[in-house]
Design a protein around this ligand. Structure first.
Ligand SMILES: Nc1ncnc2c1ncn2[C@@H]1O[C@H](COP(=O)(O)OP(=O)(O)OP(=O)(O)O)[C@@H](O)[C@H]1O
Length: 244
């Protein structure tokens, strides 16, 4: 995935807000990138533009060989469905369906059938093969987010987008989910982009992009596995950004 000179202005006239002010960045395949920055710095807008949920005002977004900014709505929807996975802070599982049915749901919406083996493999990858018949209400928060991860990955997307994936979880459970996310990136080479406010969450990434006022101020390369040192570095940079 590649962003080139992406600008996004929300609203018009006096109400216009420049949320992204010329973002250029390559996201190498098989890497985990965290996006951080103060409130209002443009993180969500960047994620939405990169994932084809929102259209940039100008610039290009290339994903899996397509320029998202030139696709019509029908093709964009198909690309999102087939090549992009999403995980949000709220797990967004359907309460009346089992874990396995939740994993199958996006494919059903697309009028496709996900082979049972692929559903099982997705649940197995997140360590929940034995919970396939459980409904969300019978699962812990961390388990529900793991089902959401399995659902996002079942279609083997080119890019996985995660928006505050541990925001609704306690610290320990959140760490488990992040560890799992890291493992999935490493084992399946799944390009992943995660927005987070938490330096300890961003510490599992390969790269942290720091945003301020819609601009990319720094791209930090982290040391794999050195979570405490990475967390301290990120927290320090964030503190500098907040006062700058
Ligand atoms: N739909 C919208 N209409 C008008 N302005 C918007 C809209 N969405 C976002 N903005 C503005 O664009 C800027 C960037 O917002 P964005 O939500 O991307 O920031 P963020 O870094 O994700 O913030 P937070 O950490 O608080 O979630 C902010 O000034 C925000 O007020």
């Amino acid at each position: 995935m590649r962003l080139h000179a992406v600008r996004k202005v929300h609203g018009t006239g006096e109400n216009a807000v420049t949320a992204l002010d010329g973002i250029t960045h390559d996201f190498p395949s098989g890497t985990l990138t965290a996006i951080m920055g103060p409130s209002g710095s443009g993180k969500s807008t960047l994620l939405h533009c990169a994932a084809g949920l929102d259209r940039p005002t100008s610039g290009r977004v290339e994903l899996a060989g397509h320029d998202l900014t030139t696709l019509d709505e029908v093709r964009l929807t198909k690309l999102r469905r087939d090549r992009i996975g999403f995980v949000f802070q709220a797990f967004n599982l359907v309460e009346s369906l089992t874990a396995a049915q939740n994993v199958e749901l996006p494919a059903r919406f697309a009028r496709r059938r996900l082979p049972a083996a692929q559903v099982t493999a997705a649940l197995d990858a997140v360590g929940l093969a034995d919970r396939a018949r459980h409904r969300p209400g019978q699962l812990s928060g961390g388990q529900q987010q793991r089902v959401a991860l399995a659902r996002a990955l079942a279609t083997r997307p080119a890019v996985l987008f995660a928006d505050e994936p541990t925001g609704a979880l306690d610290t320990t459970t959140g760490r488990h989910v992040l560890h799992l996310l890291r493992t999935l990136v490493d084992q399946h080479g799944r390009t992943t982009v995660m927005v987070t406010h938490d330096p300890a969450a961003a510490a599992v990434a390969d790269t942290v992009l720091l945003l301020k006022d819609g601009r990319l101020t720094e791209s930090l390369t982290l040391h794999p596995g050195r979570l405490a040192a990475n967390t301290a570095t990120i927290a320090g940079r964030m503190a500098q950004l907040e006062v700058a």
